[in-house]
Design a protein around this ligand. Structure first.
Ligand code: LMR
Length: 334
């Protein structure tokens, strides 16, 4: 009798525990931390906010998407590690920051590879481009989408910035990319890898003389306030891969993963639709504020930059693959 009562008690206890955890599950949405390093006013900042909005609309009560902009939670150096440890669930580093995980993605850093952002988009949407989203699964990373920012411009604390000889001997901040390191070496300049959050101060204090970035990043980080000249070089691209922890992603309930996929598609359309407009808006703001001089370049000037940076291609062709470079080049011709 005593035995039966204790069994009943245990069963009751288990039922209570079960219903408690079921209701806890119902009440506790899955927390999804999305961390990035730029301002909310930029294409990536806007994309992340759109993802939160749509995901929470599509999965009411099931997900709580928390967006951390401006390196608030993790900066460049730490965000990838944090993703792999599960401390953050979605990040969107620039394509220049993946070379420790796959050499192929270095393709996006080859100088003067893409004629414009339409060509970048065509390559990303091609089979070759899409396959790169899955190329880091063996390292625990799953690519979810490409997001655009825009073409890079060069800036320095010097008055003259039309030709490659004007940057000889200058120190430039670069993203953590071996291709970009080589690009500045080819120019006879001294590249220094620095996290994005440290760039403003490095420019202000003269630790570096210059940097390369998009109009939206230059404006939102106020680089134009601590640089004298910005040359309209369009010599490369800053775009992003939105990535997640592959194991975490696969472990999500099916309906949640499907909803998040849909939210990601909508956020991608939103961010990519806005990118050109936001960069153009910020280019105009920089012109209006007139703190740094914006230097337009002639065709001959551009040809000189192109020629000076050309040796970089041969150095990385082996790692990237000649066929992949060919696919990217063919995106220019359509
Ligand atoms: C940079 O480090 O300059 C950029 O990649 C920052 C960003 O995410 O746009």
């Amino acid at each position: 009798m005593k035995h039966t009562a204790s069994k009943l008690f245990t069963a009751l206890g288990a039922a209570v525990a079960l219903s408690f955890s079921a209701s806890a599950l119902a009440q506790n949405p899955i927390v999804i931390k999305f961390s990035h390093v730029v301002a909310e006013s930029t294409p990536k900042g806007q994309g992340a906010l759109k993802f939160k909005e749509v995901a929470e609309q599509l999965l009411p009560g099931k997900v709580d998407v928390q967006v951390f902009p401006n390196s608030q939670l993790f900066g460049d150096a730490k965000e990838m590690e944090a993703l792999l440890l599960g401390d953050v669930h979605i990040i969107a580093p620039s394509l220049s920051k993946f070379d420790r995980y796959t050499k192929k993605i270095q393709i996006f850093d080859l100088p003067f590879l893409f004629d414009d952002m339409d060509a970048v988009d065509r390559f990303q949407q091609s089979d070759a481009g899409k396959s790169l989203l899955d190329s880091m699964q063996n390292r625990g990373l799953q690519g979810l989408a490409y997001w655009h920012n825009g073409m890079k411009q060069l800036s320095t604390n010097k008055d003259e910035l039309t030709r490659p000889e004007h940057v000889k001997g200058l120190k430039f901040r670069i993203q953590a990319s071996d291709v970009l390191e080589e690009q500045f070496r080819a120019l006879g300049a001294n590249p220094q890898k620095l996290a994005f959050a440290e760039v403003y101060q490095a420019l202000q204090t003269g630790v570096v003389d210059g940097q390369e970035n998009t109009w939206s990043n230059i404006y939102s980080q106020k680089f134009h306030e601590v640089q004298k000249t910005i040359a309209n070089t369009n010599h490369g691209v800053i775009d992003y891969m939105v990535v997640t922890n592959a194991q975490w992603w696969e472990g999500l309930p099916e309906d949640v993963r499907t909803g998040l996929q849909q939210a990601m598609e909508e956020a991608t359309k939103h961010a990519n639709g806005l990118a050109a407009e936001l960069n153009e808006r910020d280019r105009k703001r920089i012109l209006e504020e007139n703190k740094a001089r914006v230097q337009e370049l002639s065709r001959e000037d551009i040809a000189a930059w192109r020629k000076a940076m050309e040796p970089v291609w041969a150095k990385f062709e082996g790692d990237i693959g000649a066929d992949l470079i060919q696919s990217a080049l063919s995106a220019n011709e359509q």
